[in-house]
Ligand binder design. Structure first.
Ligand code: FMN
Length: 169
């Protein structure tokens, strides 16, 4: 497991090779096996392979351009009507599970933040909702690109281990 976690790193350049349907199913199974508060499981996944839609998703903000190149864009949605308080945490856990499973299959991913704070002027969620006909009330946590890596990406390692505490701060 640690090997798959180590392998996962953000990939922003992809080969055009399609991702097998079986891999998409395993990624969905990994996502939907995540822990979920009260086991409410408020998540939905949309796999997008259509070129025009990926192109539109790549323009949702300035850090999403590689979605046009990745053969698949995965959209992670949550339903607050199912879990009003915990849908964000549940969908984050599902996203990470999906990305680790993708890494275990030799696939690259990169998380793209979408969830918006309308008051601060973020409208990405609305844009994604429009592109994919997502119903009103369903929230969009993030998208992530998916495909076979065209480069290795940079391995950042686990980060500062001095942030680990034992027994007390
Ligand atoms: C909530 C969140 C939002 C992110 N949004 C973007 C994004 O919009 N575009 C992007 O290229 N990377 C995005 N990333 C990826 C981070 O930049 C990346 O995980 C970080 O630089 C560490 O690199 P690593 O994933 O290779 O370990 C996001 C990651 C998280 C967790």
């Amino acid at each position: 497991m640690l090997e798959a976690i180590r392998q996962r790193r953000s990939v922003r350049h992809y080969k055009p090779d399609p991702v097998p349907t079986e891999a998409l199913k395993e990624i969905a199974e990994a996502a939907f096996s995540a822990p979920s508060a009260c086991n409410f499981r408020p998540w939905h996944l949309i796999f997008v392979t259509d070129g025009a839609k990926r192109e539109a998703l790549s323009r949702v903000h300035q850090w999403a351009g590689f979605c046009a190149e990745a053969p698949v864009v995965v959209v992670v949605c949550g339903d607050p009507a199912v879990s009003e308080h915990w849908w964000i945490e549940d969908c984050c856990a599902a996203t990470e599970n999906a990305m680790i499973q993708a890494a275990a299959l030799g696939l690259g991913t990169c998380w793209i933040g979408i969830r918006g704070d309308q008051q601060r002027g973020f409208t990405c969620e609305e844009t994604v909702r429009r592109i994919l006909d997502i119903p009103e009330g369903i929230r969009v946590l993030c998208t992530f690109s998916l495909g076979y890596p065209a480069d290795k990406g940079s391995n950042r390692g686990p980060g500062p281990m001095e942030n680990v505490h034992y027994e007390h701060w």
